[in-house]
Design a protein around this ligand. Structure first.
Ligand SMILES: [Zn+2]
Length: 313
């Protein structure tokens, strides 16, 4: 009888992990059980066995329409409006880099690429959604490629900045993604990663009720320490971690808590009841306390390519 090898941790290659809980699709209710485990060697949290890459589309049922209408409306938006949303990201990147060649991986509705292009950047994007790639190319005149990063076959050393806004937690192998980013970036390139922070205390308290585990779409949940190790393996050195506590996360946590503990389900973000408003207000006190600290549930990591890769496993 064939013996199945345990899945190796993508970060450290470790073969031992402990089960945290069996996750389910809380957002869309698509059937399936998704075991969430923690690597006993490095602490990386991931789903194993991973849903196959072919099943990817099945777990993203609503995204197409929302993204398409947002992207189609981009040119009608004023730059002021875009600047309010995306200006802080652009300003922060400008601290590190003059406008140059930028790649956004998993560009979604394309708004960040469009905004950076208006700001004088030479932008490119890659996204798995073919429809969005076509639209961004045709309507916004942006160089976009369809598929995973590895499918795009960019030349060696061409990018000065690479950004991933809420993307790394979705990829099949973050290690391979970062290795590929290393190959296609210039010396001193800046890598910007926005993702959730699994070191937030609420992750431990809420388990499957923590919105940010987002089974089965978030295949990985990182801490800043995990990310620093992952990046160092490809020669990127973390210069800064900026922590955030989005209100949306808190609203969703409350929605999931209510659903699992009280058996009541409603859309807390778009149609909150009076009780929801009171609860969210109360929880916001906690949010204010931890906002900006390393206990916040979201983080943006800025890393510079400045050393020889120390290699992975
Ligand atoms: Zn590990």
């Amino acid at each position: 009888m064939a013996v199945t090898e345990p899945v190796r941790c993508d970060l450290c290659g470790g073969r031992h992990h402990e089960l945290m809980f069996i996750g389910s699709d809380r957002l869309f209710g698509i059937p399936g059980s998704f075991p969430m485990v923690r690597c006993q060697d490095c602490g990386l949290i991931f789903i194993t066995p991973r849903p196959p890459a072919e099943a990817f589309g099945r777990y993203y049922p609503q995204e197409d329409y929302d993204l398409y209408s947002k992207a189609a409306g981009l040119k009608d938006k004023s730059m002021d409006e875009l600047a309010r949303l995306l200006g802080p990201r652009k300003d922060k990147i400008a601290v590190y880099k003059q406008p140059g060649r930028l790649l956004d991986i998993g560009f979604g509705d394309g708004s960040f690429l469009y905004f950076m292009k208006q700001g004088g950047w030479d932008v490119s994007g890659v996204d798995y959604n073919q429809k969005m790639v076509d639209l961004v190319r045709k309507d916004l005149g942006i160089n976009a490629k369809a598929g995973q990063l590895e499918d795009a076959h960019f030349d060696d050393g061409v990018f000065d900045v690479v950004t991933l806004w809420g993307v790394l937690e979705h990829v099949q192998s973050p290690r391979r993604t970062i290795e590929e980013i290393c190959r296609i970036t210039a010396e001193q390139a800046l890598l910007v990663i926005y993702t959730q922070n699994a070191a937030a205390p609420e992750a431990r308290w809420l388990k499957d009720d923590w919105f940010i585990y987002e089974s089965p779409r978030h295949l990985y949940s990182f801490t800043a320490a995990n990310l620093a190790r992952l990046l160092a393996a490809s020669g990127f050195c973390v210069s800064e971690v900026v922590y955030e506590a989005p209100l949306y996360y808190l609203q969703m946590n409350w929605q999931y808590l209510k659903e699992s503990r009280l058996g009541r389900k409603n859309d807390v973000v778009h149609s909150p009841t009076l009780a929801d408003r009171v609860a969210v207000k109360g929880l916001s006190l906690y949010r204010r306390l931890i906002k900006g600290s390393r206990w916040s549930p979201a983080m943006t990591v800025y890393a510079v390519k400045r050393q020889e890769p120390d290699g992975g496993w």
